[in-house]
Design a protein around this ligand. Sequence first.
Ligand code: NAG
Ligand code: NAG
Length: 418
Amino acid sequence: MLRGTSFFLVASTLVGTALSAALNSHIGTSQLFERSSLLSSGCSTSGQTSCHNSSSVSNLCCFEAPGGLLLQTQFWDTNPSTGPSNSWTIHGLWPDNCDTTFEENCDPSRAYTGIANLLTSNGASDTLSFMNTHWVDINGQNEQFWEHEWATHGTCMSTLVPKCLPSGSVKGAEAVAFFQTVVKLFQTLPTFTWLENEGITPSTSKTFTLSQLTTALAAQSGGFTPALDCESGALNQISWYFNLKGSIIDGTFVPINAPKAGSCPSSGIKYPPKSGGTSVPSTTSTAGGGSSTGAPGSLPSKATIHAINSSGSSIGGLLSLGTWSTQTLATYTLSGTTSSFTMTSSKGNCGVSGGQFSCGSGVSLTSFSAVSSGGNLLLASGGSTAFTSDGVPTGSTVFPVFTGSNHADDYTLQIVSA
Ligand SMILES: *[C@@H]1O[C@H](CO)[C@@H](O)[C@H](O)[C@H]1NC(C)=O
Ligand SMILES: *[C@@H]1O[C@H](CO)[C@@H](O)[C@H](O)[C@H]1NC(C)=O
């Protein structure tokens, strides 16, 4: 399989969920949070960065080698149009060697089939549902596309070799971790939104210079230049480059500049619109039109967090421990921007761990974003505004708050300036 061709491009799938909202954060040396607690690598993320070692590293379970140059590749497909009209789609995550050569198909004995079933049976159905909208094949053969990406690239990752996994891990657990990591990493790289924020939107007539595009993307990503590939003079693929500290399973992706340019010419680059795709919520959608709470950068520093059920009724909100109740709401302190911020309450740091939101002295901060929707500012974790609990509180009852929609009662959380 050749890279950068459109053979395995994406197919359009209707999107009906807020899950797909792209995170609009600068690339940070971001640890990837919130994946299912299925696997932990046990690897430190404070050790050596891949491709930056000065002597040979022996434990390749916690140090990605030889493929320590990681590319998160995304497609912009318009012929035919595939995926949401306002999002690039996932191609994959590739482990290139530090000198940009690469290996492929490293372990045919682990070329798993039935990726969708593997994900579902291992508690990763949230990842699968995101893949169904954002990691899609041009011929509708998503399953084959995912199998191909895993077999071709995932099996070459040293930190995903089965002997590196905790004992008792099920067969295929490392592939589940691969797909979870790719989705999480992609959600931190909202190429469409970053271009849009710099005034670059798809057009049937406009063309752009390569430096216009890379300058815009560097400005939005925190200074990192991706590689851009073109087909027939039109933008078709982007590669965001990283080194890694720790394991692919739960390591820290360290963004770097692309070590080589892509195939796009220096000028006259087209960025054609997709046709017929469904738009997904993004941080720049302004459905409410002109509400001040929706403007980028207008994150309040103090806020209460209100729960809105799927019929639009406001029912209580969050207490200081991060639980849902109809009692007097806590005041949260928000630090950062709508693209990426952290929260604390009087009880301590707030974060999502194992899919549960909480605040307290032992809690690690995780990043949130705020999505403008209908004039409201909604809290998003991992790009998703969906939250869920096992019941609806009344009186003095409180319920733990989970991300996603796997529990009985679904709601969104509205950030209200205090
Ligand atoms: C870094 O470690 C890898 C894996 O042990 C090794 O192959 C490579 O040669 C090392 N690089 C240097 C510069 O020593
Ligand atoms: C939302 O809350 C209102 C008011 O409590 C209730 O009538 C409605 O049934 C709720 N909707 C859902 C979907 O639970």
